[in-house]
Design a protein around this ligand. Structure first.
Ligand code: ADP
Ligand code: MG
Length: 729
């Protein structure tokens, strides 16, 4: 009997609930307790130091050495009141995970004693050993050094640990030459670009008081929670984050009884614990609920400025994993941990908000604000239409490939849902003449002053759209659950900035020719709507009909990561990113290389794990059972039973041989294809080989393995089954 699986099951079923006591029943009592926020800064910094940080945050002004020393010292004093002994620069290298390297405040002095010290230089800049992070060749040609630099716009925070607390300072991570090696540096640039273009347009056409603007982001995070003991005896989950084998359970999500259902007590306790930790870190978690699949859940914070929202999401994923350990759970952030069961995403809710408090994607009450709304709304549609391939590339990963186009998540085809009401508004807009509309009082034309008050129907939702307008924001729903949202947000804000700049140039040209401002704006928006209408889709994005329709409309349907990534290095992408000062061509090439390489590594690891599982877990179980059957047949024969009496057993024996043979052959083929692929010099071609030659064999192996799981005596099966992973709570 395979003991590991049953031991794990016993452990999972005998768990007792951990008690969790939040610091107070009122979240407001401890929200932000571990964040060096405005309040903490005011009480621990001198007036000048506080002013210096404030200016850096709001205007991006530089902080000089003297001030940096003062700020660091204040930060240290604050941290030490919270039991902090170490500090670290906290950054987001292209591994996808966050990185930290801890240093102690403690410093020996000449007289043999020691002090607690945190110098401004250590706050502002550090040099981690950069050679062990992905760089796509960026550092090879120059010096191998990289450095992290403080991002004052995201506040420092304290990570609590069982052996002391650490002060974490959010930083960017760049090569010695200044080229980005992380997600945050280009993100800040993209956000700067979009802010500038938004302010330019608002100030010129709508409201002179607009001097600042923020892109805002609310990230809904989906995840699975399964028992840690069961997880730990599934090598595939341990090493790849997903099950490479496994028969779908008899009961899955077909009863639709999990979504918004009552949360199991052990899970609820985990959530309370996890939320408490998040609140201390200033992560404004707002909602929690069950998701569609069994053991799948979702949480969502209030939206924040994009850079902060992304830091918080990265932190949240980290905290989630740590807290889960205390409860005997394992969090699965993978996009598709279980075949045949819904995968997980990370919906990115995005909008643009001005310093005057206006959400530019929120339909207004007056004609003037609606013209402003339509400006940003239509420009978003145009930006997505013109750059659909780039947006597709921004969400590409080996794991997300399982979701996109699997008829359960938004398809790999980029489209925009806007709802029937707004479709009507746009249709009305183009069916009337702007000139008369603006100047005459004719009732049939759209008078700018008479753009109707746009009342949205909140129930008009489409959950199959990858990019949906949801009342006052766009929801980019195709982002993968384990991804750093920065990739998607860099692209979205970059294409928006670029589009808005083009728009401004065109409108200004028309105004210069003597057109009225409103007339010029409407004219151009009409043209945009007409030319990018093909991206709008209100129907079922999961259906086959859409695939055909999209092809007719000329929309791309790029199914795999190695192919999708090509958009990053297209001539137009290079131009767009360079023009808006976000990436130079070399940075794009490097990133492209890293992402192709990462794809190769992921598939290669999966292939190796799958081969191991098939050979050392599945086949031995199959042979043991076959042996048992053969003994049974021999015994029956020996007491004189004729063939009809053991025909069923005989069939099983034959079937097992057939499946074992198929697995064995497929594994050999997979290994051979992997070896061949490894020898391909060009990274993109290598990734293509892993995608189209190696990966398809996963399905072959799985088919036979799952067939064996169906017929083999349950006791002999070594790996926890889907029903155990998904239903033991
Ligand atoms: P649903 O599941 O219906 O999509 P949720 O309430 O779960 O909605 O999530 C909505 C997310 O969108 C939340 O994170 C919320 O803070 C965020 N959000 C709401 N308004 C905006 C906005 N103007 N800009 C960005 N995000 C927003
Ligand atoms: Mg949503």
């Amino acid at each position: 009997m395979s003991t590991l699986r049953f031991k794990a099951l016993e452990l999972a079923q005998s768990r007792t609930q951990v008690t969790v006591t939040p610091p107070s029943t009122k979240v407001s009592d401890y929200f932000n307790a571990n964040v060096f926020n405005d309040i903490a800064m005011k009480s621990f910094l001198s007036k000048e130091a506080y002013q210096a940080v404030s200016n850096a945050i709001s205007n991006g002004t530089k902080i000089d050495r003297v001030m940096a020393d003062q700020i660091a010292s204040g930060m240290k004093n604050w941290a030490m009141t919270k039991g902090v002994s170490h500090y670290t620069h906290w950054f987001q290298p292209l591994t996808g995970a966050t990185a930290e390297k801890h240093d102690a405040f403690f410093e020996p002095t000449e007289d043999g004693r020691s002090i607690e010290k945190f110098a401004g230089s250590a706050l502002v800049q550090q040099e981690p050993d950069a050679s062990s992070f992905p760089n796509g060749g960026l550092r090879n040609t120059f010096e191998a050094r990289g450095y992290t630099a403080w991002d004052p716009s995201s506040p420092a925070f304290i990570m609590e640990g069982s052996n002391g607390n650490t002060l974490c300072i959010p930083t960017i991570f760049v090569a010695y030459t200044g080229e980005a090696l992380d997600y945050k540096a280009p993100l800040l640039k993209a956000l700067h670009a979009v802010e500038k273009s938004v302010v330019d347009i608002c100030a010129a056409y709508f409201d002179k008081n607009v001097t600042k603007a923020n892109a805002s982001l609310g990230i809904e995070q989906e995840y699975f929670l399964i028992d840690a003991a069961l997880h730990n005896v599934r090598p595939d989950l341990m090493l790849t984050g997903r099950t490479l084998l496994g028969l779908a359970p008899e009961k899955g999500q077909q009863l639709e009884d999990h979504y918004f259902g009552s949360i199991p007590p052990r899970v609820q306790t985990f959530m309370v614990d996890f939320e408490t930790e998040c609140y201390k870190l200033g992560i404004p978690l707002k909602t929690r609920h069950n998701e569609v699949a069994p053991s799948q859940y979702e949480c969502a914070p209030n939206f924040e400025e994009v850079n902060l929202a992304i830091d918080h999401n990265q932190l949240l994923m980290d905290v989630m994993e740590k807290v889960a350990q205390r409860h005997g759970f394992k969090v699965l952030l993978h996009e598709k941990p279980f075949a045949g069961v819904n995968g997980s995403g990370k919906h990115n809710n995005w909008s643009l908000i001005t310093n005057t408090g206006i959400n530019l994607l929120s339909p207004g009450k007056t004609p003037q604000t609606n013209l402003q709304f339509l400006t940003f709304f239509v420009n978003t549609i145009k930006a997505v239409y013109d750059n659909a391939d780039l947006l597709r590339a921004s969400i590409a990963s080996a794991a997300n490939d399982h979701r996109l186009g699997a008829n359960e998540a938004p398809p790999a085809i980029m489209s925009v849902f806007i709802g029937s009401m707004l479709t009507q508004v746009l249709e009305d807009l183009v069916s009337t003449k702007t000139k008369s509309a603006v100047s005459s009082k004719s009732a049939t034309s759209i008078d700018v002053k008479k753009i109707p008050e746009i009342l949205l129907d909140n129930t008009d939702r489409n959950r199959t759209s990858p990019f949906a307008f949801t009342g006052n924001k766009f929801e980019f729903r195709a982002v993968g659950s384990s991804a750093n949202s920065a990739n998607a947000m860099i692209v979205l804000n970059a294409i928006m900035a670029d589009q808005l700049n083009k728009f401004k140039t065109e409108v200004d040209a028309q105004i210069k020719k003597g057109k009225k401002k409103e007339e010029a704006i409407l004219d151009i928006l009409k043209g945009y709507y007409k030319s990018s209408k093909a991206i709008l889709f209100e129907g079922n994005g999961y259906g086959d009909a859409w695939v055909k329709e999209a092809a007719k409309r000329g929309l791309s349907n790029i199914k795999t990561t190695p192919e999708a990534l090509n958009a990053y290095i297209s001539t137009s992408a290079k131009k767009l990113f360079e023009k808006n000062d976000i990436f130079n061509a070399r940075e794009l090439e490097a990133r492209y290389e890293i992402m192709q390489e990462s794809y190769v590594k992921k598939i290669d690891i999966e292939a190796k794990v799958l081969a191991q599982l098939a050979i050392s877990h599945v086949i031995p179980s199959a042979l043991t059972y076959q042996q048992k059957l053969s003994e049974n047949v021999a015994a029956l024969k020996s007491i004189g039973i004729n063939k009809a009496g053991y025909e069923a057993q005989f069939k099983f024996i034959e079937e097992i041989s057939k499946y074992v043979k198929h697995i064995r052959e497929s594994v050999e083929k997979m290994i051979a294809e992997g070896d061949k692929a490894h020898h391909i010099e060009n990274t993109h071609k290598r990734a293509l080989a892993f995608c189209h030659k190696v990966k398809p064999l996963f399905d072959e192996i799985r088919k036979s393995s799952d067939a064996l799981e169906f017929i083999i005596e349950d006791d002999l099966w070594k790996l926890p089954k889907y029903r155990e992973l998904l239903f033991v709570k």
